[in-house]
Design a protein around this ligand. Sequence first.
Ligand code: SAH
Ligand code: SF4
Ligand code: F3S
Length: 462
Amino acid sequence: MLHEELIHPSQNHSLEIAPRSKSPQVYMETFGCQMNEYDSELVRSLLKTQGFGFTDQSDQADVILLNTCAIRENAHNRVYGHLGKLKYHKKERGVVIGVLGCMAQNLKKELLESQPFIDVLVGPDGYRQLPSLLTKAMETQTRGLSVDLSEYETYEQILPERVGGVNAWIAVMRGCDNFCTFCVVPYTRGRERSRDPKGILEEAQGLAARGYRQITLLGQNVNSFQFERYDFAQLVTAVADIPGIERVRFMSPHPKDFPPALLDVVAQHPHVASQIHLPLQSGNDRVLDAMGRNYSQGDYRRLVDDIRRRGDIPLTTDIICGFCGESDAEYRDTYQLIEEMSYQAAYIFKYSERKNTIAAKKFPDDVAEATKHERVAELIDLQKNISLQKNQELIGQTVDVLIEGDAKKSSQQWMGHTESNITVVWDKSLQPSHPGEFLPILIEDASASTLFGRPLQSLPLS
Ligand code: SAH
Ligand code: SF4
Ligand code: F3S
């Protein structure tokens, strides 16, 4: 018989693992944002120190973990699709199945009840319990649940297990207190809390020593970072000052927290990328107010003016189409603002009502599905043209690119990013080089998402 057990994150369950002939093998898949990827690195580290091994073959795993996302309906559907496939592994081989992350947190028991083959359900603040819950599930078929949110958990002292490379991500704060009315994150990741900068800087120094060149500071609301009197501008500066760290980025900031000191760091520090992701969501004041964003389109414009006064700092954004009650005229305001802002890129989403959110309780999700689709398609089209035009303007210019690895489409090509975070691709044969190196690349061609070029030194070839 399976039975459930509730564990509170504050309890210390460092259950000893009985010696085994072979360590249990874990297969893990991650959905959602970079924060979830980072959490999966924490989970790898937590499980490895407790005697688990990892495999990339799901059919050889003793444990299958899905680290899930709940941000929009299609994120849920992807996870349900995967869960359906896992039933087979459960039936055939009796693997232990664990669901982690935001969807586990948001649906809790509902998920456990509707999917009886899930053994372990753990939310983003419960990962310290995961090794013991998995061990119990393997040894005594006990179902385990750890979905209490913590006000303090920042996984201090746990060094994430990274795959290696040039780029690393560091979570500097967790949770979100903004409660934008459409958003599930405050419910899946709980209250805002910042890590001690001492631990963050040690982690960053360790990464520099291991050859990482670019660090992205992560948080659901990253520029709200505050530890005692130490603020985000100080943190970004301190990380960028570490020898060996060539580029620092951060994700995702909120427009409400951009003091001049932070803008100055972005504009002036030689190792902070001159680029800002500045989520707009909507260009209409009634919609922004209903979304609980705490700024008007005028405030947003003023912030952008402040940014652009400091120099050429490319902006990217997030937009939601078809939020509750969005009229055609209100949508047009967003269209116009996008045109005017001339973003480098925009991530455009269809509003998806999320359980437990303020919008779900307060407003009807009343924009027709077809209208949402049309608006998303139109904005994607608009932004594509803007991005293409901006990228084409770079043809003939030389940009500094950090080589990150093979291009997606061909191992004969290198891929890297410009300081403003545009993908650049070129043939490896043009110049011997290696990941982690900076190369000046002469841009010869451009699409809306990618620049194509050649290393400056290889020029005489043509
Ligand atoms: N903390 C970040 C965003 C995290 S979610 C920020 O405030 O910028 C990333 C993006 O997903 C959001 O910016 C928003 O555009 C989109 N999003 C969040 N909830 C959504 C929902 N219910 N429906 C559609 N898009 C949503
Ligand atoms: Fe969600 Fe708003 Fe918090 Fe971003 S700032 S995570 S959109 S509640
Ligand atoms: Fe998804 Fe949670 Fe990230 S809902 S977007 S995985 S914070």
